[in-house]
Design a protein around this ligand. Sequence first.
Ligand SMILES: [Zn+2]
Length: 424
Amino acid sequence: MVESQHGLQQPRHTHLGNVTAIKFTRAVALSHSLIFSRHPAIDLQARCRDHVPRVTNIQGILFLPRRTGAGIVIAAAAVAIVASTAAAQSIPRTLTMDSASAAALARRPHRERPDTIRAFPIHKLGDGVYAVLGDTGRGSEGRSNAGFVVTQGGVVVIDALASPAQGKALLRTIRTVTKLPIKWLILTHHHPDHHFGAIVFKRAGATIIAHPDRRTLASEDGDDAMVSAWTGVLGLREMQGFAFADTPNVPITHDTTLVLGGRTFEIQVPGTAHTPGDLVIWIPDARVVFAGDLLIEDGVAMVVDGSSGGLLRGLDRIEALHPAQAMPGHGRIPSDPIALIRETRCQTLTLRALMRRDVQEGVSMSRALASLPPADRDRPVSRNSRVRRNAVRVYAEMEQELVHSSGVADAAKDSVAMLSCREE
Ligand SMILES: [Zn+2]
């Protein structure tokens, strides 16, 4: 457990776009957070949040507790030294998580502080069904959306946001509507920006409902590395009290209908689409679907952790529900859910067609990518960056398609589906 790891360890580098930042090990980043968070007198200032992502060749980072009202200063410093041999000792990595959106969040000049805001804006989607609105107009870079459903037996929360601080703000938001107990938390997938606030709901007594496949690129180096990277992005303040809570009490591995508090939830398992652990939540009596990151407000869903073919199949299933309301993982609620589903499908089909043609013509991946707009510097999940990173994935998929017998059928199916895109 984190609590037992109090020693400083060698920091590592994390590449955030073109910027090199110090990556703390969990022992550095979290143990101090956890230790100090137990001292009510200490308000840990996470200097790294503001400075690290911008600076290269940091020689050390100091965490300074603020002077308390009683005048007591409890000094605690964690200095992480980048050894001159850092190149040999550190492990350069690429922070490829979709959820690196929070990196952009963290750089906003006037970033909101979830630990200080009372409640997030909400929008009623149907009887007892509420959307908790994240940022709009920022695609995947904005704070993610969440939701909750009030049933006779308690509250069903859908996604938990990106940190314990955001989870607490989400809980306060729910409390503006109902005092009923928080009984269940359903996670749409296992990206940090959707579940790192889950511990708040687990501690409140929620049963966790999720796909058991927690694998993402963000976690491929292990949970510790993911937490330390994420802490470097959001800052210790937001992460205080963190513990993982996305391992399901109720694992969902195939389509499942749950009756929670007397209300029916149809949980679709689309297969690997945005991630291997995707769930789509359909509330039939309200005709509302929570699509997770299979839908993003600008129609560019990421498949870096998933599969473009799987995404297309998932979108088909969502469209077949004929939802009155569709909640995307990020961004505004579409006035026409079917239009957003189709836009997402067409974006995906277009990229597949481009990459398929290039693969078939023997065009190298780098040349294929050169035909796309450049990724945005330091914005790993900006629209252009998403398209470009998706292209890498889709190019590889098309290479696979070329050697599989199903490839011709897949290409034909795409062509038929593309017809509706050209009509629009
Ligand atoms: Zn995601």
